[in-house]
Ligand binder design. Sequence first.
Ligand code: SF4
Length: 293
Amino acid sequence: MPQLKRQRTKTLKVKDNGRSADYVTANFIYGCLGGCRDSYCYVMRYNHDKVYINENTEQLLASVAKHADALAWPKRPNQTDPTYYTYDIGCSTDIGLHWKHYDWLQVFAFFRNHPTAKATFATKYVNDKLLDFDPQGKVRIRFSLMPQKMSDLVEPRTSKIADRIAAISRFIAAGYDVHVNFSPIIFCEGWLDDYRELFEQLAAAVTTPAHRAMVQAEAIMVTHNPWQHERNLAAGMTEAEAHLWRPDIQEHKKSGYGSSAVRYARGFKAQLCEEWLAVHDAVIPWNTVRYLF
Ligand code: SF4
C-alpha cells in the first residue's frame, strides 16, 4: 500500500497544457490510490509508492492567481473553454477520490470566485460529497468513460460506468460544468460494439438540448510503458495487461517526460481513431469531441 506523505511542496509552477485545459496547476496531491494504479495510469510510471499531500494550499492557489492575473482578458475562445482560462487541478491524482485528504472546498471556492480562471479535473469516481458545493459553473468535472467490460479489467474498484453516466445530470444540476473523458480507449475484439453500447447509454442519460450542448468530450488512445507493464504483471494484472501491452500493434515513442512509452502504431492508430469517431458520430452526434489522439 502506498504511503501517504504530508508536505509543503516547493513546486508551485503553473505549466502550459492546451489539451485538457489551458494550464496545469502545481500538484495539490501527487500520487493516487485509484483502482487503475496497477494498470494504465501514467502517474504511476513516475510515482507508484507514495501519495504526496501538499498542504500549502494557499501558496499553490496564490501561484494560480498570479499566473491568471498576468493573462490578457478577455480570453480568446479555444477548445478548452470559450470564456475562461482553464486550469487542470487533477493531472497527477483523482480529485474525486482524494477529497478527504485536502481542502478541496478552499480550492473549488477559489476558482468559483476568481473572475477569469476555471478549474477542471477528470475522475473515475462519483463522489456525491462534491454536490454539497455549488461552483456556479466554474469547476468542470470530466467523468472518464469506457465500456464496463474493459473497466472491470483495467480499473477495478472505481465507480461503475453506469454510475458515472448517471451522475452527469446530478452534477450539472448542482452547478458543475460537466464533460466526459473517453480515456483511455483500448482496442480489443468487439471494441466498436462495446463503444456503441456505451454511447447509447450516454444518449439515454443526457437528453436535454442544454445538457447535450454542455457535455463535450476528450478522447485518448491508450499508451503504456515497459517497466509499468512488468510491475503490473507482477501485481497479477495479467488479463488487463493482455489488452494494454500489445507489441503486435504498438510502437515505441518518446513520451513528453523523455522516457520510454508505447502507443498504437501510427497508421493503425489513425484507423482506430477514424473507426471510433464514426461510431461516436453515428450514435451521439451532439457530443462535441474536443480532441482525439
Ligand atoms: S484514478 Fe487517475 S490518477 Fe488515480 S490511479 Fe487511476 S488513472 Fe491514475
